[in-house]
Design a protein around this ligand. Sequence first.
Ligand SMILES: Nc1ncnc2c1ncn2[C@@H]1O[C@H](COP(=O)(O)OP(=O)(O)OP(=O)(O)O)[C@@H](O)[C@H]1O
Ligand SMILES: O=C(O)c1ccc[n+]([C@@H]2O[C@H](COP(=O)([O-])O)[C@@H](O)[C@H]2O)c1
Length: 208
Amino acid sequence: MSMGWPSARAGQAVGLLGGSFDPAHEGHLAITREAIRRFRLDRVWWMVSPGNPLKERRPAPMAQRIAQAETVARHPKICVTPIETLLGTRHTAQTLDRLRARYVGVDFVWLMGADNLVQLHEWRDWHHIVQTVPMGVFARPGDRLGARLSRAARIYRGARLPMRAAPLLARAPAPAWCFVNLPMSSASSTAIRAAGNWSPCMRKLVKA
Ligand SMILES: Nc1ncnc2c1ncn2[C@@H]1O[C@H](COP(=O)(O)OP(=O)(O)OP(=O)(O)O)[C@@H](O)[C@H]1O
Ligand SMILES: O=C(O)c1ccc[n+]([C@@H]2O[C@H](COP(=O)([O-])O)[C@@H](O)[C@H]2O)c1
């Protein structure tokens, strides 16, 4: 398990999938594979969050979520990282500012599911986020319409790129975003927790 700083060179395009990963699942992997292919990304960092500022529930311990996410991230371009813990940040706007200062010349793309576009206007400094990083948004069951009608989508409708321009997203000046209509995955951490599947999966990991 790598708990250090992930590597990236100037000129590379790096997707950032921030999340609780409590636990990680096939939905995370599916959107990451699509992002790599459609946005021509060199790497995707799964940024395992110390805790979503809008969620009251405390997630499982960081080391446990990282270890489990690494078993799901079966792709040579995915790096699972606790980088927000290293940076000492929790809000995405601040994380992005720190990453840009540390990884000069790297083109970052923010990746998220449609459920997060629906509530993006509740995030701290959300206009700053949209205006400084291109974003790839992925359809999620139940959230497609809500995402289309969301405040962020309406305010920034002029910055939406058509799918045929997806290969240019990482190099596009913000604001710029793409909505990806992929075969949707109904996987969710909430469903896994509700089914009580987190603990058995960790027991297997501990034994291995
Ligand atoms: N099945 C999915 N389809 C599209 N996007 C997804 C899917 N699962 C997760 N995501 C996106 O991945 C990011 C990280 O998600 P997160 O770790 O919170 O998982 P989650 O399944 O949404 O968790 P929870 O159910 O606890 O809210 C978010 O931007 C989320 O929208
Ligand atoms: O910055 C904020 O205000 C903010 C509010 C809600 C969520 N986020 C980020 O959105 C990402 C997805 O969160 P989650 O819990 O849906 O996996 C994760 O990186 C969070 O830190 C960020």
